[in-house]
Design a binder for this molecule. Structure first.
Ligand code: FAD
Length: 622
């Protein structure tokens, strides 16, 4: 069958916040842009984001500014962040939020009519611009509206809505194509018909989001199989920080069919507290040394903070997510968990019912519908869930460029910005800041191109063979391979790790790599989920190997990587990034790379006493 072909300047893979913002920018720079997404247009993780987008606008507390946000982000990431990304993010996030308003977004307001901002873990001041607990929906709606507005402009000028920007929905990319070292396009298939498709394009922006589906308990939906991470690796790019996975402290634990679904951090930001089976607010017992001076040590002080932040320290329920997730894990392990194996999150005794319904409408609905729990009268049961990967494609901070010429990445698929742990709300702002920068980076790259790379027929043929192979086999069942991978990653490379267990996971992965060669999908190409999963497995296995190998090498505990056998955060390890690469996709190599030293003016934003907790003596000596 003939393969459908399209010619573009920029192919953006992913239609979440990062992908849409990148596509808008590329089109605004006059580039012909394709947006390709695996699911329906509008159904990306971004749409599920509840709490808000972090931006130091200072609307609720005028002491907030980019420097405070930068410091909070670096602290949250335990100083492993790419400082240049953290700087750009903190400086540019307010403009990106205001830009959304100019494009039609309507954020909740303060009494004096400014964009309202809410508290979130690890943020010193109320900083999350939000729309109730449905911020992601408004963000995506606005960006889609902007895409449509640009298409309408193009219709006026060129008589064709899709002259400069076209969406290819329910279309999965399985390979990036190269001409020599440089990107020349992308190969994929339509999920509905199984027909194959090739994009000829000198640039690809990866915006494919996360990897959660390698774990059993996850807040991520079906399409998060680490495709962009794997596509980048297979094209010769590098992944960094893959050992750092964020287990969100509060996922639903009951009933089993909804285990892992997210319970937004806004519940705690708006006053919700965590209690164990003895009724104790246990987070006071888990404030780590590095945060001791910033968090309240008594319930009275913590409660006063909600109305008087200038004179009180914040409640420990609002510690960064890694700390809260580990604390919940410890309480459950110590036998002080809730009946269904989580802990209690209670907002019902903290806010009037009407206020809960106003501030947390989705949570109220979610618990009523899925668990028959009324959160205005009873506590929720919650536990950690695999939520976000800090690791991803190593990119140039300013342009989003990966090591492969013509390849760019933005959003969750890129690495560096969040270091070892992301603060809540910093993802939505990350998507906007770096989505725009990647769109610009791709446009500038094209402007500088002397010769346009060409797609070779040999590369198309090899991608075609690979994509169709599972349909020609009847061997292993893809669902069984997937389940075994998910169980192993969950149990052996989960929230608390140790060398023996990680090695065991790596052995399982090796066996699954052999089995995946035999995975077959019964039936034909027309909407065949078994075939789709068979193709996704290559990506999940590659990504899981990166996570496990990096987790085994990093002999310390930091952010989203906790080693039972190396429980301490080691200053020497802060200076090292673990970098994953592959030559032919059959295995992953992980090497150490020095972390770039922070620029002096940024270094000077911190109190030296605080830096001492993270940096080596040698690093302090400047
Ligand atoms: P996504 O929005 O995940 O989009 C990825 C896109 O890539 C999708 O369109 C997908 O179809 C496409 N894709 C993937 N693979 C392929 C392929 N092979 N071919 C073609 N297309 C592909 N962050 C915050 O800052 N604040 C919050 O309040 C918040 N709440 C959250 C709540 C939930 C339930 C979840 C799951 C996450 C939340 N996050 C939040 C995190 C944040 O939403 C995500 O990190 C972010 O939306 C990722 O955006 P993205 O643009 O990188 O990718």
């Amino acid at each position: 069958m003939e393969i459908e072909r399209h010619d573009y300047d920029v192919v953006v893979i992913g239609a979440g916040g990062a992908g849409l913002r990148a596509a808008i920018e590329a089109r605004q720079q006059g580039k012909r842009t394709a947006i390709v997404c695996k699911s329906l247009f509008g159904k990306a993780h971004t749409v599920m984001a509840e709490g808000g987008a972090a931006a130091a606008m200072g609307n609720v507390n005028s002491d907030d500014n980019w420097m405070v946000h930068f410091r909070d982000t670096m602290r949250g990431g335990k100083f492993l962040n790419n400082w240049r990304m953290a700087e750009l993010h903190a400086k540019e996030a307010p403009d990106r939020v205001w830009e959304l308003e100019a494009w039609g977004a309507l954020f909740d307001r303060t009494k004096d009519g400014k964009i309202s901002q809410r508290n979130f873990g690890g943020h010193e001041y109320p900083r999350l611009a939000h729309v109730g607990d449905r911020t992601g929906l408004e963000l995506i709606r606005t960006l889609q509206q902007r895409v449509v507005a640009l298409q309408q402009e193009d219709y006026e000028t060129h008589g064709d809505y899709e002259a400069y920007i076209k969406v290819f929905a329910e279309c999965t990319v399985t390979r990036l194509l190269k001409d020599g070292d440089a990107i020349s396009g992308a190969f994929g298939y339509w999920r509905e018909t199984g027909n194959l498709i090739v994009f000829d394009a000198p640039t690809v922006v990866l915006a494919t989001g996360g990897i959660g589906k390698s774990y059993v308990v996850t807040s991520n939906s079906w399409e998060y199989t680490g495709d962009g991470h794997a596509l980048a690796l297979l094209a010769g790019a590098k992944l960094i920080n893959m050992e750092f996975i964020q287990f969100h402290p509060t996922g639903m634990v009951w009933p089993p069919s909804v285990r892992g679904i997210l319970v937004t951090e806004s519940v705690r930001g708006d006053g919700g507290v965590l209690r164990n089976s003895e009724g104790k607010r246990f987070m006071f017992d888990y404030i780590p040394e590095v945060f001791k001076d910033k968090y309240a040590t008594s319930e009275e002080e913590a409660d006063r903070w909600y109305t008087d932040q200038a004179n009180n320290r914040r409640p420990p329920e609002l510690l960064p997510r890694d700390e809260v997730a580990r604390a919940i894990n410890s309480e459950v392990k110590a036998g002080r968990g809730s009946p269904q194996g989580g802990v209690f999150l209670d907002v019902s005794t903290r806010l009037p019912a009407e206020e809960i319904k106003r501030r947390l409408p989705s949570m109220h609905h979610q618990f009523k519908e899925l668990a028959d729990v009324d959160i205005t009268t009873e506590p929720m049961q919650v536990g950690p869930t695999c939520h976000y990967i800090m690791g991803g494609v190593e990119v140039d901070a300013d342009t989003g460029a990966a090591a492969v010429p013509g390849l760019f990445a933005a959003g969750e698929v890129s690495g560096g910005m969040h270091g070892s742990n992301r603060l809540g709300g910093n993802s939505l702002s990350d998507l906007l800041v770096f989505g725009r920068r990647a769109g610009l980076g791709a446009s500038d790259y094209i402007n500088g191109l002397k010769v346009r790379p060409k797609v070779s027929e040999a590369s198309v043929e090899s991608a075609r063979k690979e994509a169709l192979a599972p349909l020609e086999r009847t061997g292993e069942n893809p669902y069984e391979v997937h389940q075994e991978l998910q169980r192993s990653m969950n149990d052996l490379v989960g929230i608390i790790r140790k060398a023996g267990e990680i090695s065991e996971a790596l052995e399982v992965i090796e066996k699954l790599k052999e089995r995946v060669q035999l995975v077959g999908a019964a039936g034909n190409r027309i909407y065949n989920p078994g075939w789709h999963l068979a193709l996704d497995l290559r990506n999940m296995l590659l990504v899981s190997e990166c996570v496990a190998k990096a987790a085994l090498l990093r002999e310390e505990s930091r952010g989203g990587h906790t080693r039972d056998d190396f429980p301490v955060m080691a200053a020497d390890w802060r200076r090292k990034l673990l970098v994953c690469s592959t030559t032919d996709g059959s295995g992953v190599t992980v090497v150490e790379q020095a972390q770039p030293e922070m620029r002096q003016d940024l270094f000077d934003l911190f109190d030296r006493g605080e830096l001492k907790k993270y940096l080596t003596e040698e690093e302090m000596d400047r």
